[in-house]
Design a protein around this ligand. Structure first.
Ligand SMILES: Cc1cc2nc3c(=O)[nH]c(=O)nc-3n(C[C@H](O)[C@H](O)[C@H](O)COP(=O)(O)OP(=O)(O)OC[C@H]3O[C@@H](n4cnc5c(N)ncnc54)[C@H](O)[C@@H]3O)c2cc1C
Length: 403
């Protein structure tokens, strides 16, 4: 029988993350939504606490670096591991605040990229570094195979030239994982990722974006001009293997898309929880045991949103669980991201609507969550791109055959 409950061993972790979200993130949520570009100092203490929990083993594996695939899985049979722990704790933290979660030191998407692609020596060397991830360029977003930033080997360094835009935590981080091509002529197989420490000459943060949502999180444009990076900062193998194609770099997405799906699940859960409270206060009863058609229109709408949320939640857990068990999960990671990204936006906006004037006003956080959730359907691959990936995999077509 399928058991849809949370694994028992992660319940304390989930409950801790929920407490942190409620007591440390929610109280400062509105402040940093208004004070865009101001660094939330409170997060330093929180990040130190999370580091402490990880070191003590209490939150082992959870967080952005928890996506590293564990070689022991084959020997020990199926397991609930660090990927599952990560999506569960990230969803809880985003129940508190997505923008603040994205600003958490040492929990960047670049940390997940390092965990996904680095060899053991690199994983150890970059442990404890707060890393952002820089793929998008002025002419390249969805079509990441089209990257123009170049990396040219010169002695024992690569020299990077190009511009990266929309880099989450790009200003505050310690290092940026930059996607660049070793040789444009060799196509997508030549795209590699490089860890570039902040302060490296030739790397400059040019500006920060003003945004609709996740305003607590900084989003930077970074220019690389003859920026020299030690050759050993190329993540994984420097070999260009046309047979492997884009697989090396894309492995990052199999791990990060479930994390972004979890962010959408957490933010949507926050909206549902508050809306249910507001509906109850207004005298609208939501009964989970009776058919929706026999209830009020508001309750029926709410129950539909709960069902959408559950589907997104389960797909997210499935994609992470497959990663824990070293199963290929590109299809499931994209399905989770597509479903959670879309219903995250639909639910948070639906909750604004159901709560009426309270939903739209700044008295409550519902309007903020509706703004915050939109990005989760855009970055790490948009809704349309996830659907394209799912369609290709289901139909067995290549990216050249279905674009
Ligand atoms: C706040 C914020 C934070 C971000 N953080 C990061 C980050 O940390 N690192 C990073 O590298 N990037 C980041 N991004 C960039 C983000 O990943 C891109 O915006 C996204 O991948 C889309 O790329 P694009 O903006 O170039 O849009 P485009 O690729 O130009 O797409 C525009 C529209 O066309 C659609 N479209 C494109 N191709 C197809 C197709 N073949 N079929 C159907 N529809 C298609 C897209 O879905 C989209 O709706 C961030 C963006 C924002 C706004």
């Amino acid at each position: 029988m399928i058991n849809l409950d949370d694994p028992k061993k992660f319940r304390p972790l989930r409950s801790q993350a929920h407490q942190v979200a409620m007591n440390m993130l929610r109280p400062i949520s509105r402040t940093y939504d208004r004070a865009e570009h101001e660094y939330p100092r409170e997060l330093d203490m929180l990040a130190a606490m999370i580091d402490g929990l990880s070191e003590s083993g209490a939150a082992e594996g959870a967080g952005a670096s928890g996506v590293r695939r564990d070689d022991s899985a084959e020997e020990t049979g199926v397991k609930n591991g660090a990927n599952l722990a990560s999506v569960m704790s990230i969803a809880e933290m985003c129940w508190g605040d997505v923008g603040l979660l994205l600003s958490m030191p040492r929990q960047g998407l670049g940390n997940s990229a390092i965990a996904s692609v680095a060899d053991d020596e690199q994983a150890e060397r970059f442990a404890g570094v707060w890393a952002a991830m820089a793929i998008t360029e002025p002419g390249t977003g969805s079509d990441s195979a089209n990257i123009r930033t170049t990396a040219t080997l010169d002695g024992d360094c690569y020299v990077l030239n190009g511009e990266k835009i929309f880099v989450t935590a790009g200003d505050r981080c310690d290092a940026v994982v930059v996607w660049a091509t070793l040789d444009k002529e060799l196509g997508r197989a030549a795209i590699k990722s490089f860890v570039v420490p902040k302060g490296t000459p030739g790397m400059n943060v040019e500006r920060l974006e003003h945004k609709l949502g996740i305003r607590a999180s900084d989003t930077a444009t970074i220019r690389f001009e003859n920026c020299r990076v030690p050759a050993e900062n190329l993540l994984g193998s420097p070999e260009v293997d046309p047979k492997q194609g884009f697989a090396g770099a894309m492995a990052t997405f199999d791990n990060t898309r479930p994390l972004v799906a979890a962010m959408a699940v957490g933010c949507a859960r926050a909206s549902l929880d508050l809306t249910r409270e507001l509906l109850e206060r207004a005298g609208v009863e939501v009964d989970y045991d009776r058919p929706a058609v026999t209830q009020s229109a508001a309750a029926a709408r709410f129950l539909q949103m709960e069902a959408d949320w559950e589907a997104a939640h389960l797909l997210t857990l499935q994609a992470a669980w497959m990663a824990d068990n070293r199963m290929p999960n590109s299809l499931e990671a994209s399905m989770a991201k597509a479903r959670a990204g879309r219903v995250g936006s639909d639910i948070t906006l639906g909750c604004v609507e159901l709560a009426g004037p309270l939903g739209y006003s700044e008295t409550e956080l519902l309007e903020k969550w509706a703004r915050d959730s939109k990005i989760l359907d855009i970055f790490e691959g948009t809704q349309q791109i996830q659907q394209l990936i799912v369609a290709r995999r289901v139909l067995g077509l290549t990216s050249a055959e279905l674009r």
